[in-house]
Design a protein around this ligand. Structure first.
Ligand code: ADP
Ligand code: MG
Length: 632
């Protein structure tokens, strides 16, 4: 049905919107836009599945803008996004598309922004509010977000919200918005948990699924390079040097510290590079992104969280300097290139023990990842010499060299030197700042080492893959004590949420949590960098500073001696009875058990969805004990 749609005008969007799109330079609707816009215009609920970079934002923003009543400055559309960066990006997109709608107002709201400012902005009113789940919940509870006029709720990047542990918050919000509404859910993937939310809260939704690998993946050339950790930096600079069609790169690493360290090393090697991580203020992060867009920076070294959803068309290369933890992260990362119809290159560094992960990624993305032969020392030297020769040739052609002829003639006479020797000496001087040859290191060139290794790919091993999921650099977990416990109403979910958000440690690398009366213990990677621990020390859960520290030996023994009942689900598990100093059950990872919460634990008893919604409305349901985590 969509194959015939070639222009936005065919989608019956209003003239002000069409003019704005012409101004931005969109020519034809993307497939997801062509498919979704008619449904959303008609007021239907919608379940949209399409990869990142396929234009989902406009798919909902355009039709919803057309349905706004601009004379009423009250929230009519609420969009939930997993991160503040995305909230800002989506709000900016609305603003651009609404350029010709007089008086239009969109407001992003997210954790970390001053509450006072947000309350003021909200009281002034906005037609569209875009927010992260935690902050939106806050405002619903405070009744500072007026939902009386809400017509449409959009869940953007629903799978990401699930991955980040916000799904309970999202459901809470779904329970608190008016029943008479349109709901649209967008997601790059459709895991069961998301499908269940859709079935529960969407009414007779139209389903739109755009086949994976249309936009993103086919325009991205994916390559990998097997390399020992110690040689990664050398490998990266070689690649950057010889890559054709290089414009800008985003380099992914695992930790915030690594972003800073690697950016500094690249800067020292003459690249315009900067770090992008969750420790940086919003302002600073935005500046880095602006610089990258404008060409003031060519390389940004980022963590997954900081770069999520980043949309900078000139990124020609994504370098997976540290391998991602899972295939979704990989797909999100490489989606930063090959945007807006351009082609891109994704390069994955794989340590020898990570070769299995490579196979998993290939299988999940159904795309082969070609081996990349690291440029040899000679290849890099050739490239540099070629550039040098070009420079010399340009000077010979365009500069007046009379004075320098005399200087050289003078040398020839006084040293009685051969003209070739003099030229060689001058070439030597000219390249001292940026040598033409890579320094000789001991042992064989890393390029030949990688070639040899690539010849023996290790065999698949399921255990090892599962094991890898717990792996955080060297894989060891250690127990830490945090100063918040059951008496402070802390739940494992609060704790996981706070640690994941503030320290950028994904929840899957957070091990078992034991809740005690006034403190808790939590398993985290043993090799957490100091700066991460410093951040965690200051993090607050339920207003209590964590003051995290490793357990000493006695404490660890006491903690370990606690009885350990069998595994149970972490999320949605009932809180342990109060007053009993027993640890919580070890939990299964969310991906082990997508079955969600037991029905009995749902505030509304897991009834079918119609009754459910009416109940919720009729009794002005407030979620008693259940207070989902905040995004801070
Ligand atoms: P998604 O949400 O699916 O990841 P976005 O909405 O962020 O995708 O869009 C990705 C990029 O494509 C953005 O730079 C956006 O401006 C651009 N884009 C969206 N729709 C179109 C279109 N119809 N024509 C050209 N570019 C588009
Ligand atoms: Mg999006």
């Amino acid at each position: 049905m969509n194959t015939t749609i070639e222009s936005f005008a065919q989608l019956e969007l209003s003239p002000p919107i069409l003019e704005a799109l012409a101004g931005i330079g969109y020519e034809t609707p993307s497939p997801i836009q062509a498919a979704c816009i008619p449904h959303l215009r008609a007021g239907h609920d919608l379940l949209g599945e399409a990869q990142t970079g396929t234009g989902k934002t406009a798919a909902f923003a355009l039709p919803l803008l057309d349905r706004l009543d601009l004379s009423a400055r009250k929230p009519q559309v609420l969009v939930l996004t997993p991160t503040r960066e995305l909230a800002i990006q989506v709000a900016e997109a609305f603003q651009r598309y609404a350029k010709n709608l007089p008086g239009f107002h969109v407001l992003p709201i997210y954790g970390g922004q001053s509450m006072v400012v947000q309350l003021r902005q909200l009281s002034r009113g906005a037609h569209v509010v875009v927010g992260t789940p935690g902050r939106v919940m806050d405002h619903i509870e405070r009744e500072s977000l007026d939902l009386d006029s809400l017509k449409t709720l959009v869940l953007d990047e629903a799978d990401e919200m699930l991955r980040m542990g916000f799904i309970d918050d999202v459901e809470w919000i779904l329970e608190h918005v008016p029943i008479e509404r349109q709901t649209a859910l967008f997601s790059a993937t459709m895991p069961d948990a998301i499908r269940r939310v859709a079935h529960r809260y969407l009414r007779d939704p139209r389903e739109v699924k755009i086949k994976a690998a249309t936009t993103t993946v086919t325009t991205i050339r994916q390559r990998f390079c097997q390399i020992a950790v110690a040689h990664k930096l050398d490998a990266l600079t070689r690649i950057l040097e010889v890559e054709e069609e290089f414009d800008a790169a985003i380099v992914f690493v695992r930790t915030k510290t690594a972003t800073v360290e690697l950016a500094e090393k690249l800067e020292a090697r003459g690249y315009a590079a900067a770090a992008l991580n969750g420790d940086m203020t919003q302002q600073l992060r935005e500046r880095v992104i602006e610089q990258l867009k404008g060409g003031g920076l060519d390389i940004v070294v980022a963590t997954d969280v900081a770069a999520r959803g980043l949309d900078v068309p000139r990124i020609s290369h994504v370098i997976n300097y540290d391998i991602p933890y899972d295939t979704e992260a990989y797909v999100h990362r490489i989606g930063r290139t090959g945007r807006a119809g351009r082609t891109g290159t994704a390069i994955l560094f794989v340590a020898p023990r990570e070769m299995r992960m490579l196979k998993v990624i290939e299988r999940a993305t159904r795309q082969p990842i070609e081996p990349l032969q690291l440029p040899s020392r000679e290849a890099v030297a050739d490239k540099r010499v070629a550039a040098f020769r070009h420079q010399v040739a340009t000077v010979l052609e365009s500069e007046d060299l009379d004075f320098f002829h005399d200087v050289v003639a003078g040398m020839e006479d006084s040293h009685n030197a051969d003209i070739h020797d003099i030229a060689a000496a001058l070439a030597f001087l000219a390249q001292r700042e940026r040598p033409l040859q890579l320094p000789q290191s001991a042992g064989p060139d890393i390029a030949t080492q990688t070639a040899a290794r690539a010849e023996r790919p290790p065999r698949e091993n399921r255990e090892a893959i599962l094991e890898r999921r717990r792996d955080f650099s060297d894989g060891r977990l250690q127990r830490y004590r945090i100063e918040v416990g059951r008496n402070q109403q802390a739940t494992p979910k609060d704790i996981v949420g706070a640690i994941a958000n503030e320290a950028g440690i994904e929840s899957r690398f957070i091990g078992q949590i034991n809740l005690y009366e006034d403190y808790s213990t939590v398993e985290l990677p043993a090799d957490l960098p100091h700066d991460v621990i410093d951040i965690l020390r200051r993090v607050r859960v339920r207003q209590h500073q964590l003051n995290i520290r490793p357990l000493d030996r006695d404490e660890a023994q006491r903690d370990a001696a606690r009885p350990r009942p069998g595994a149970g689900p972490r999320f949605g598990a009932k809180p342990a009875p109060r007053g009993e100093d027993a640890p919580r059950k070890p939990y299964a990872k969310p991906w082990d058990k997508p079955a969600g919460k037991p029905a009995s634990d749902r505030p509304h008893g897991g009834k079918p969805f119609h009754t459910d919604r009416r109940d919720t409305q009729g009794t002005a349901f407030k979620p008693g004990k259940k207070k989902p985590q905040r995004d801070r």
